[in-house]
Structures are given as structure tokens and as C-alpha cells.
Design a protein around this ligand. Structure first.
Ligand SMILES: *Cc1c(COP(=O)(O)O)cnc(C)c1O
Length: 369
């Protein structure tokens, strides 16, 4: 099968990244496979990791968790992004572990669980230690009271999420760790000791922030080989992870354009001299940021070449004047060695996460084992 626009995902590289993060953290890894594993394909990634020994997975919502169960994942699946009353049945039917973000939600779920004939009802409670988004913000004594009386729910985990984990030039993370430790200690003193304690996304693991490891860490972006850039005083990265995904699209046409010819919507680019313009089979519908109009780069025949003209929905145009060996039907690498998602994000003024999550459904996915 030939493709016009496809990503190749190395499951071997995802496994290698997982091993590397596990080595660096020295604690349990909860593989974050939300948003379709940052568009690497949640079912394939989670299946590959489970076969490799992974026991914990995290998704954002119930629907993502259900899909993983239906794909045969047996490990723990944590639903991080809250749930609504109509999702409680699915949590039950698919043995998903919700993160609880408020005491009223805890009581709702407790009431629901109490009406069921039987079952194990693990929950992880998230403390809002400074992210200011989701998470329990009530006084810890009220949390203690609620958890003492939460049967049949089982308080399995305590968690929080950092707002600025790769910023080592701000007190945000140390402050959040201190608030979390305060809550955890109070719970332990009250005899409520969760088996799983987890705070860290990729950045604390990558940069070796041991105080934030708890008994489990939750890396996402680093499993896919990114997230190695911190603020100026960030320590050197302690984990060597590499991108698992490369993105190629075909060169549909190569046109010789005379000096002065306009290219693309709104004629944003005019050939400064006689130029060879390659028309590539991908556009913003596939996830090329529109902000890369006249600004992005791709790799053709090993050379970095510039985007010219606007990024269209289905096409981009490249200046191939300096690559005489480029041919129709050949490939342009949008993300790969020499120009990765981080480079694309930087040029577009966005973040590598949004570049990866922006990969469109129309882009075929090919898995390499
Ligand atoms: C997305 C997410 C993670 C993973 O973050 P990365 O920066 O991709 O490693 C961890 N925890 C929570 C709560 C998240 O939402």
C-alpha cells in the first residue's frame, strides 16, 4: 500500500522511551495515552506497552478509557479529566478509575457505588496545589472526613498536577510540592495512606526532580520523545528519549515558476527569481499549522527547504530550487530527523504538544514494531 500522506510510528521507540523513563524515575510508570496517545494511536501504543509490562495507563475522559478496554487493555486506566453523572455507568462497566476533583463529586460517586450490588471502586483524589483548574481545594480536614466515610469507594491514590513543571526559574513547582506533601502527611497521620502517590508529568522525570516522584509518575509527551526543553536554569535532561513518529507526504507536482510569479492564497509569496515549486499533499486539515505560511520548513532529499505561500487546507508549497534531485511522487518529510515537532512548533509559535495533537485523521498511520 502506498500513501500520499502518512506517519510512521515506531512502537519500538515508544517502548525504549518507556524503559528510559522507568529507569530515570525508578518508580511505577503510568503511561499517559490521552488524546489518542498524542495522536500516535492510543490502542496501538497502550497494547504495545502493556505487552511490554506496563500496568498503568491514563486517559483524559471516560470515552477514551472505554476504547482502551474494548481494545483489550487489562491494566489500570485512570480517567484524569473529571466525569459527569451520565458517565458513572461507563466507569463501572469498564472498570475505569476516576480522579475525583471535589468532595461533592466524591459523594455523588459514593452514592452511585452504594446502589450497585458489589464491586471494587478505586478512586484517586486530586489536590489542587496551585494549578487552579481541577482538583480538591477544600481544607484537608474536610478531605479526611470525607475519605474516612467513603465506602464502598476505595481511596487508592492521591495526585496533583504541576502548572509549570519545566520552569525551573519560578517557585511554582516547589510551592506545589510543599502543599501536596502537607496534604499527604495529614492524610497519613489520619490513617489514610494511599497506595499510589503521583504528581509528575514528563518534565520532573526528564529533569530528575526526585522530590516529585512519589510512588508513580505520569509521563505523556516524553513517551513520544519530546518535552526535553526546560527554562534557562533547568538541569540537564536525565532521560534520553527520542521521537517515535515521522511524517511524510508526497510531492504531487513540481512546477517551474518564472520570477515574479505568485504562489498560493492571497498571493503571499512571489518568486524572487525563476524557482522550482513543489506542491505537497498535506495542509492544515492534516495538522500543518496555518501559522507556518511562508515560514515553515520540510526536509526533501536530506535538505531543509522553506514553505512558500500560504498553508492551504490540503496542500502546501515548498521552494525546491536548491534540490534539483527532488521528483514528483517523492516525499517531503514534515516531521522527522532534521526537523521535528519541536522545530515545527517553534516556527509556528505553538508547542510540540499541539503539533502532535493536531495531526489529522486523514493522515494514514503506519506502525513499525
Ligand atoms: C497530560 C497530563 C500528563 C502528561 O503530561 P506530559 O507533559 O505530556 O508528560 C500528566 N498528568 C496530567 C493530569 C495530565 O493532564
Amino acid at each position: 500500500m502506498m500513501y500520499r500522506n502518512w506517519v510512521e510510528i515506531s512502537l519500538a521507540q515508544v517502548r525504549a522511551n518507556y524503559d528510559e523513563l522507568k529507569r530515570a524515575a525508578g518508580v511505577e510508570i503510568c503511561a499517559v495515552v490521552k488524546a489518542d496517545a498524542y495522536r500516535h494511536g492510543a490502542e496501538r501504543v497502550a497494547s504495545a506497552l502493556e505487552a511490554h509490562g506496563a500496568r498503568w495507563f491514563a486517559v483524559s475522559n471516560t470515552e477514551e478509557g472505554v476504547k482502551l478496554r474494548q481494545a483489550g487493555i487489562n491494566g489500570h486506566i485512570i480517567v484524569m479529566g473529571d466525569f459527569l453523572p451520565f458517565e458513572q455507568e461507563a466507569l463501572r462497566d469498564y472498570s475505569l478509575t476516576p480522579v475525583i476533583h471535589s468532595l461533592s463529586r466524591l459523594r455523588d460517586y459514593q452514592r452511585f457505588a452504594a446502589q450497585q450490588p458489589s464491586g471494587d471502586w478505586p478512586v484517586h483524589v486530586k489536590l489542587d496545589t496551585g494549578m487552579g483548574r481541577l482538583g480538591v481545594r477544600t481544607a484537608i480536614q474536610q478531605v479526611i472526613d470525607a475519605l474516612r466515610d467513603c465506602a464502598p469507594l476505595r481511596f487508592e491514590g492521591l495526585t496533583t498536577h504541576f502548572a509549570a513543571a519545566s520552569d525551573f526559574d519560578s517557585p511554582q513547582t516547589p510551592n506545589q510540592i510543599a502543599r501536596f506533601e502537607h496534604g499527604l502527611t495529614a492524610l497519613q497521620v489520619a490513617g489514610l495512606t494511599p497506595a499510589m502517590v503521583h504528581m509528575s508529568s514528563s518534565a520532573p522525570v526528564v529533569f530528575g526532580l526526585k522530590q516529585a516522584f512519589g510512588t508513580m509518575v505520569r509521563p505523556g509527551i516524553s513517551l513520544y520523545g519530546y518535552g526535553l526543553h526546560g527554562s534557562p536554569s533547568a538541569p540537564a535532561a536525565q532521560a534520553t528519549v527520542k521521537p517515535a513518529l515521522t511524517w511524510n507526504a508526497r510531492i504531487l507536482e513540481i512546477r517551474d515558476m518564472p520570477a515574479g510569479a505568485a504562489v498560493g492564497y492571497n498571493a503571499r509569496w512571489h518568486a524572487p527569481c525563476a524557482s522550482r515549486i513543489g506542491v505537497i499533499a498535506c495542509g492544515y486539515a492534516d495538522g500543518i499549522p496555518h501559522q507556518l505560511s511562508c515560514k515553515g520548513h520540510a526536509v526533501v532529499a536530506g535538505q531543509l527547504v522553506p514553505f512558500v505561500g500560504a498553508v492551504s487546507m490540503d496542500l502546501i508549497t515548498l521552494d525546491l530550487t536548491s534540490v534539483p534531485q527532488a521528483q514528483c511522487g517523492g516525499t517531503a518529510t514534515l516531521i522527522g530527523p532534521g526537523y521535528d515537532a519541536e522545530d515545527m512548533a517553534r516556527e509556528a509559535g505553538v508547542i510540540s504538544y499541539s503539533v502532535l495533537c493536531g495531526l489529522g485523521n486523514r493522515v494514514a498511520r503506519v506502525y513499525l514494531d
